[in-house]
Every structure is written in C-alpha cells, then in structure tokens.
Design a protein around this ligand. Structure first.
Ligand SMILES: [Zn+2]
Length: 303
C-alpha cells in the first residue's frame, strides 16, 4: 500500500503548480469531525443487561449489570460524553471494557477517552497493529494517523476471547479477511444477541476495505459463520443501520454470493473494471438502493 506524503515533506520549490495540484489530489483527506450537538444517542434494550446504542458511526452494543459495563465499539471521540451518559443510564458503574469490532475510526474513535478513563480496550491483534501506524483507506481516500497509546487495545487476541459477566457469556470471535483483516463479532450466548461489526451492514452496500485486508470471499465466509451461530430469534446489531434479523443476514449473504459470481463472470468475459462500473450496479439495502461501485472495485481487487 503506497504511503501518501505529507505536504510539508514535499520540497516546496521543486513543484510546478500542476504537480502541486496532483500531489494534493493524491493525498488522502481526513474524515469530517463529528459535531456532538447534531447527534442523539438512542438506546434500544434488547434483553436483560443487553442494549444497542445508535448515534453517528458504528452501532454500539452494551453489556451491563453486576460485573460492570462493556461497550462493543465507541463511535467518535466527540460523542464520548453522550455515549457514557447513555451507558450510565443503563447502569451507573463505569465502563470496564471496550471491545472493538475492527480498527475503523467510526468504531474506535472514542477509544482514547475510554482508555484514559480506565477502560480496558480489547480487539483482534491486527486492530492494534493498524492503529499503531498511519493508515490509508484507499476506498474512501482517507489518511488516518496512528492512534495515541491510550487508544490502542491493551489486550489483543488471534482467534477469539470469552467474557463471563453480567449473567451471560460473550464470545468474541475473529472472522478473517472480511471487512478488514481485524474483524470480530460478539455473540451473547444466553441473550441470543449478535454484534456483527461492519461485516453485516444495514445502511448501504457492503463495504470491503481492501486496503485494510478485507475481501469479498472473506465477507461471505464471515456471514456464514454469523448465520451458523444464529437462529430466527437472534437479535442482530449490524455495524450500521437498523437492527437486523436472521433472514436479513441470509439474504445479505446470498446477494453477496450473487454479486461475487456476477462480477467474476464479467471479469472472465474480459470486461474491465471501468466497463463493469459503467453498468451502474446497485445494492438493495435496508435503506433503499445504493451504488455498488465500491463493492465492484473490491471484487476486482481480489480477482
Ligand atoms: Zn468499518
């Protein structure tokens, strides 16, 4: 993955205006900061001691009760006070653990605040690796700087880890090379709730961050794992968008398989990426049809 140079590192007198413009264009942008005044955190209780919080960015899962509060993802740093207020309304004890489903800034942006406040941050090994150095998300043209020490996971795992608290068993398990190379899902065994992270996305087309090691076949395998450990009664917290069902996950997995087969066939028939993009394929999301361009690009990257 080529690293973008900071503008201050470029020799200022050596660049013609055209080259300077090209340098700016090639450089990644940074996500727009979130204004907390524009965001309301909505709490949805799913089972005793289990809730989902919806705000801006990745959906948050909460385990709360006698053993302390656990957050699954924490959205953006400016939202931390509102998220803490919502969690405290469920249970007044401090946040003991934060589990990141993956490294993306809209899921781990509150880590530094929670880490400084004493929460133990837990994630897959590759989450810590990616947060330890500057990252570039090619699909979004975003430059994400390395995270400060307090934001990085203190505890990491390769395959999974199990939490025994609040009267339930939370299985945190890694799904390889799916949305990124550091994805985890979290299953509440007793409450029968599953947080899928961004592998399952109910607000737009599936997003595969290929520059962070994500692949479409990995997404399908991860969805198969999610489906295998769920049933018609499982409550699904997707990475984004409204709560989902078992049927939503099956349909999403099936369409991913269809998309992969379709694009693979176009590629085999000799169509270039630009020719397939010109077909303007759409993805039917829970929120309506959206462009599937990035999904097409992700599939081409893997062919
Ligand atoms: Zn993500």
């Amino acid at each position: 993955m080529p690293r973008r140079k900071s503008p201050v590192a470029l020799p200022p007198i050596a660049l013609s205006p055209v080259l300077a413009l090209a340098a700016v264009f090639l450089m990644g942008a940074q996500p727009t900061p979130v204004d907390p005044d524009t965001v309301t955190i909505e709490t949805n209780k799913l089972a005793p001691g289990v809730a989902a919080l919806f705000g801006r960015g990745g959906n948050i899962g909460v385990s709360y009760g006698a053993d302390g509060t656990v957050l699954i993802d924490d959205q953006f740093a400016p939202l931390t006070p509102k998220i803490v207020a919502a969690a405290t309304a469920l249970d007044p004890k401090p946040i003991r653990f934060v589990i990141n489903t993956h490294w993306h800034f809209d899921h781990s942006g509150g880590n530094e605040n929670h880490g400084k406040a004493g929460a133990v941050i837990v994630a897959h090994d590759n989450v810590r690796t990616r947060m330890s150095s500057d990252q570039f998300i090619e699909a979004l043209n975003y430059d994400i700087p390395a995270s400060p020490k307090e934001a990085m996971p203190l505890v990491t795992f390769a395959e999974g880890v199990t939490f025994h608290l609040n009267g339930d068993t939370l299985k945190v398990f890694h799904t390889a090379s799916a949305h990124t190379d550091g994805d985890s899902m979290v299953k509440w065994e007793k409450a029968n709730v599953l947080h899928t992270g961004d592998v399952f996305n109910q607000s737009g087309a599936p997003f595969v961050d290929w520059s962070s090691g994500g692949t479409v076949p990995g997404m399908i395998a991860a969805m198969n794992a999610a489906i295998a450990m769920s049933d018609e009664n499982t409550k699904i917290i997707p990475g984004h968008g409204p709560l989902g069902t078992y049927a939503d996950m099956v349909s999403y997995r099936d369409r991913l398989e269809e998309f992969l087969a379709r694009i693979t066939a176009e590629h085999k028939a000799g169509k270039t990426l630009d020719q397939v993009l010109a077909m303007k394929l759409e993805w039917q999301a829970a929120t309506g049809p959206v462009s599937a361009d990035r999904l097409v690009q992700a599939i081409y990257k893997g062919l």
